[in-house]
Design a protein around this ligand. Structure first.
Ligand code: CTP
Ligand code: CA
Length: 224
């Protein structure tokens, strides 16, 4: 039987990839979440692995299976995701592809909320979740050499994504238009623009696997 000898331009490199949604509990049976299949993050982890990287794949509850041959760390909430990323450091690069829920419920109950018969919905108190991408980008000694974020936008995509890159302090941002008319959300294709110091590069619409392979190649080039 043939033995797989690991090789590739990312051999000896460690990359953290976040993927999927996070679930923020309201009570034991209900949660708040963003829509995310985890497909793009899973494809990125696979492509990095194929270039020889050791991949820590920090994933929320996604509908598709994680790749083989990566370290899978399963989390539920944004706070757990940040903790898992912290424990996976140090890394040469971090790619934050997760669709993290922006808010969590502060008064989440240990017991199921019951309808009380009045017809009035329960009052949910919410607070903002930690921004994992901004936090990683702002690290000093432990900051990965390359931090890549995503920006899923429905309007003024490039403007919003460029501002997001500035605000969060990441090196690259992968912008995509997720407005319903594009059919990208939940689909197998993606149309992205890679924004970095050199400017914005619009990639043609292609499969999420192809986007992942191209991004992994760019990451390998940046790290060598
Ligand atoms: N992100 C993160 N932690 C959060 C929110 C977002 O790490 N709490 C990351 C995402 O994984 C993505 C990037 O930040 O790489 C941008 O996420 P996005 O939701 O587009 O940006 P927000 O800053 O949350 O802005 P908004 O949702 O208001 O557009
Ligand atoms: Ca958000």
């Amino acid at each position: 039987q043939a033995v797989q000898v690991p090789r590739g331009p990312l051999l000896g490199r460690h990359v953290i990839v976040t993927s999927g949604p996070t679930h923020e509990p309201i009570d034991p049976v209900r949660y708040i979440a963003n829509r995310s299949s985890g497909a793009q993050g899973t494809a990125i982890a696979t492509a990095l692995r194929d270039l020889g990287a050791r991949v820590s794949f920090v994933t929320g509850p996604a509908s598709i299976a994680p790749p083989e041959g990566v370290d899978v760390i399963r989390v539920e909430t944004a706070r757990e995701m940040r903790e898992a990323v912290s424990e996976a450091l140090p890394a040469d690069a971090a790619v934050m592809a997760a669709a993290v829920a922006d808010w969590r419920v502060t008064n989440a109950g240990a017991r199921k909320i019951k309808k009380d018969g009045s017809g009035k919905p329960p009052a949910l108190e919410m607070t903002e979740n930690p921004d994992i991408l901004a936090w990683v980008s702002g690290l000093h000694k432990r900051r990965p050499a390359l931090v890549v974020g995503f920006a899923a936008e429905t309007h003024e995509v490039i403007e919003n994504a460029t501002a997001k890159r500035q605000r969060k302090g990441c090196d690259w941002i992968v912008a995509n238009d997720v407005s319903p008319a594009t059919g990208i959300m939940g689909g197998t294709e993606n149309a992205v623009t890679l924004i970095r110091d050199g400017g914005a590069e619009e990639w043609p619409r292609m499969g999420k696997d192809a986007v992942a392979r191209r991004l992994a190649k760019e990451i390998a080039e940046a790290l060598t």
